[in-house]
Design a protein around this ligand. Structure first.
Ligand code: 6PG
Length: 472
């Protein structure tokens, strides 16, 4: 029997598309899924001339692969991954490589690496971003972990990934579960940018009374300039989509309750756990949670009616300011996510190459944008940059746009339009760029009621004071 170069387990849309992408790039691929229909359909969907085999059992699947076997799991994160590993590992041989390409939690990956290593098997966590189309035509791929295993995969990953200026959007992301961690943070940033875009939309429709056709034009113009990015591009297109069931646009018929699968929440939890401030991502997560309380929001909106919105005098200027605010807040969201990666790299000894992270996010993934090119330049100058806001060239962009962020946040606040992401981002920026924060007072309070001690600005050491109370 002919041995295939790669195997894919999980033939849902993402798994099937990734499998076809691998096959299109000249590799032979075998696929397996518990759903026999998906296995049967596999061959028919492949590009003519490519070598794709659907296998009916895990035993057939394993024997259809050359050794060391390279098996990509495209199954939902969590229990399904452990279930597949439980079934397949007894069939594998020493040196075989299993790659989990789902959005797995990085600590699960660490555990699985150890479990498979005890059986002389390699296990890798690999982030894949780009949705269905990305998987088929070129995603951004974030592999990490076992270097020996990575070396086997590298030529294939470079072939199937998106390309920017001829460079593949894939690179080694670091040790252990770094691949999953980088993808998790990618998703956290994705949440933040989506939140900010939704707020810009709200300001434009409620503040400037723009209709969907006008919104389409605004996003089209934004996408043609410095804000060019996947998320701005798809938002542009959303404003054009007519509804099949009514006369209007689809976006106006969609219920305002956001779903979430958990990667944004993990990013926030992680930042709290290792002590990194990423409030735009936090607010994006909690804002989706708040959106789900629709009934209560309806009730509260009746109880607390809002004043009429004061429409800006100069609509064109307002649109420009909202655009600049969105651009800057987006930049600061990336800054927060990247700062988390810097700290995580130290904390978990991942050795994440930040320069490569921003390089491979330039294409294929959901948060791809031309802005990443500027971050790439920043990390090319200083690979140890702790926060991209500290880069000189980036600081020039920030200075140019900050007044728009202030005006936009103020417009939202004074008109009662929720600007959770925009306002939080501004607050983060102001705190991050403040030499002297008022937390000296917090330290005094902590020492007052709990003898928690404090440090002084004029001498070394740790101090405690018997504070004078109103009773003494
Ligand atoms: C990607 C996406 C992908 C998925 C998100 C959606 O990079 O291709 O991030 O991983 O669409 O997990 O996440 P939520 O359902 O949590 O919004």
């Amino acid at each position: 029997m002919e041995r295939h170069n790669y195997g894919v387990i999980g033939l849902g849309v993402m798994g099937r598309n990734l499998l076809y992408n691998i096959a299109d790039n000249g590799f032979s691929v075998a696929g397996f899924d518990l759903d026999v229909e998906k296995v049967k359909e596999l061959h028919a969907g492949a590009t003519p001339g490519t070598t794709v085999l659907g296998t009916a059992s895990l035993e057939d699947f394993v024997s259809a692969l050359e050794t060391p076997r390279k098996i990509i799991l495209m199954v939902p994160a969590g229990k399904p991954v452990d279930a597949v590993l439980g079934s397949i590992t007894p069939l594998l041989s020493k040196g075989d490589i299993v790659i989990d390409a789902g959005n797995s939690y990085f600590k699960d990956t660490d555990r699985r690496i150890a479990e498979l290593a005890s059986k002389d098997l390699h296990f890798m966590g690999m982030g894949v971003s780009g949705g269905e189309q990305g998987a088929r035509r070129g995603p951004s791929i974030m592999p990490g972990g076992d270097l020996q295993a990575f070396n086997h995969l590298q030529p294939m990953l470079e072939a199937i990934s998106a390309k920017v200026d001829g460079e593949a959007c894939t690179a080694y992301m670091g040790k252990g579960s770094a691949g999953n961690y980088v993808k998790m943070v990618h998703n956290g940033i994705e949440y933040a940018i989506m939140q900010l875009i939704s707020e810009a939309y709200d300001l434009l429709r409620k503040g400037a009374n723009l209709n969907n056709d006008q919104l389409y034009q605004v996003f089209k113009t934004w996408n043609e300039g410095e804000m060019n990015s996947f998320l701005i591009e798809i938002t542009r297109d959303i404003f054009q989509q007519k509804d099949d069931l009514t006369d209007g646009y689809l976006v106006d018929q969609i219920l305002d309750k956001a779903g979430a699968k958990g990667t944004g929440k993990w990013t926030s939890e992680q930042a709290m756990e290792i002590g990194v401030s990423i409030p735009t991502i936090d607010i994006a997560v909690t804002s989706r949670i708040l959106s789900a309380y629709k009934d209560e929001r309806v009730q509260a909106s009746q109880l607390y009616s809002k004043n009429e919105i004061s429409t800006p005098e100069n609509t064109e200027l307002f649109i420009k300011e909202v655009g600049d605010a969105l651009y800057l807040a987006t930049l600061i969201s990336y800054a927060q996510g990247l700062a988390l990666l810097v700290k995580a790299s130290e904390e978990y000894k991942f050795e994440i190459p930040l320069k490569d992270v921003v390089k491979i996010w330039r294409g294929g993934c959901i948060i791809r944008s031309v802005l990443l090119e500027k971050f790439y330049q920043a990390y090319s100058k200083d690979k140890n940059l702790s926060n991209i806001l500290l880069d000189k060239a980036i600081s020039e962009i920030v200075k140019d746009k900050i007044s728009s962020l202030r005006k936009t946040a103020a417009f939202a606040a004074s008109n009662g339009i929720s600007g959770l992401g925009i306002q939080t981002t501004l607050g983060y920026f102001d705190a991050y760029t403040t030499e002297s924060l008022p937390v000296n007072l917090i330290q005094a309070q902590r020492d007052y009621f709990g003898a928690h001690t404090y440090q002084r600005i004029d001498r070394e050491g740790v101090f405690h004071t018997s504070w004078k109370t109103s009773n003494n």
